[in-house]
Design a protein around this ligand. Structure first.
Ligand code: NAI
Ligand code: MG
Length: 331
């Protein structure tokens, strides 16, 4: 029995979460769900986008599923607060192509591991006389921790190569530390190939020869940009899941936001949320059920009949999720 904290959030976050929970209920596992609140609707009601109780519930859970929130400029970001509070230092973003989905490449299957706690997103900015500066914080500890995570992940999932992405020729000190940390950690994993690439070259390789990559590990901003590029390679936001993992806790969420233009219409693609649940099952060590759920979704995508409008179909969120559920029951 697993205790899950569920944070549906706002807009289509609520819709894709509900659809995904219905599917989880058909797995051969037992879940105990606790719903927690975050986002704009929560702010209107409680005065906070991320109440302490929500953070505590995410901390206590075996894993947390997060839908999506509407963020209003000036409000505290719920997801960034959660990542910090739970020290979810590894952001995992798979780039995987699925049959039946229009994408630039076939048979693509790589994972971007993004450092989630420092880099240019440390939030240390300052106005100067003539403009402003931002501090790019890179520590040995966080660099080694994220590189070790990437190699462990490669080892656990049977992947053969880890590529560090950096710009150490220009950012000599910060990315120098990151690159050194990478090769120091790599020495402990002799069976996994280690290489490094400059971020600008990597941006190009991802659209010219992406199949040569397996696991990428990089700092915060580079990881954010490259993973959106990755989502674009394989069918867009409706299909892009992510994981935020720390040593004690983990949170799984689609990459997309609350989809204001779609909200209330019941036609959001549930795939990104379902694939986030697949990542959660893998994290929990439930590999068989994770594969079974992914295969069921793949079947629905491959047939392409009961899919949402963004995938060229006319099914609702609930119908598409229902079809995934049917496939699960049959297998
Ligand atoms: P968005 O991801 O909500 O939407 C971008 C585009 O992708 C829209 O055209 C939308 O219709 C489409 N799309 C997104 N998810 C889809 C799905 N499941 N099925 C089909 N189409 C889908 O990003 P946008 O519009 O920039 O932001 C909307 C709100 O979400 C904002 O308040 C933003 O701050 C917030 N946001 C929240 C995130 C989170 O909770 N982690 C992440 C990104 C944005
Ligand atoms: Mg982003």
């Amino acid at each position: 029995m697993y205790n899950l904290t569920i944070i549906p959030g706002d807009g289509i976050g609520l819709e894709v979460m509900e659809a995904t929970i219905h599917i989880l209920d058909t797995l051969d596992l037992e879940f105990n769900y606790t719903t927690a609140y975050a986002g704009n609707e929560c702010f209107q009601r409680t005065g906070s986008t991320i109440p302490d109780e929500t953070i505590e519930l995410a901390e206590k859970a075996d894993a947390t599923l997060f839908g999506a929130v509407t963020t209003v400029p000036g409000q505290k970001s719920a997801i960034i607060t959660l990542r910090k509070a739970l020290d979810l230092y590894a952001n995992l973003r798979p780039v995987k192509s699925y049959p039946g989905v229009k994408s630039l490449f076939r048979d693509l299957d790589l994972v971007i591991v993004r450092e989630n706690t420092e880099g240019l997103y440390s939030g240390i900015e300052e106005y100067t006389k003539d403009g402003a500066t931002a501090l790019r914080v890179v520590t040995r500890r966080a660099s080694e921790r994220i590189c070790r995570f990437a190699f462990d992940y490669a080892e656990k999932t049977g992947r053969n190569k880890v590529t560090a992405v950096h710009k150490a020729n220009v950012l000599k000190k910060t990315d120098g530390i990151f690159k050194d940390a990478f090769y120091k950690v790599a020495a402990d994993y002799s069976e996994i190939e280690a290489e490094d690439k400059y971020v600008d070259a990597m941006a190009m390789f991802l659209v010219t020869k992406p199949h040569q990559f397996d696991v990428l590990v990089t700092t915060n901003l580079f990881g954010d940009i490259l993973s959106d590029e990755g989502a674009g390679l394989v069918g867009g936001l409706g299909l892009a899941p992510s994981a935020n993992i720390g040593d004690q806790n983990a949170l799984f969420e689609p990459v997309h936001g609350s989809g204001p233009a779609l909200a209330g219409k019941g036609i959001a693609n549930p795939s990104a949320m379902i694939l986030s649940a697949v990542m959660m099952l893998e994290y929990l060590g439930e590999m068989d059920e994770a594969h079974r759920l992914e295969r069921a979704l793949m079947g629905v995508l491959r047939e392409g009949e009961v899919v949402t409008p963004d995938l060229g179909g006319s099914a609702s969120t609930v119908r598409m999720a229902g079809e995934v559920k049917n496939k699960l029951v049959k297998n």
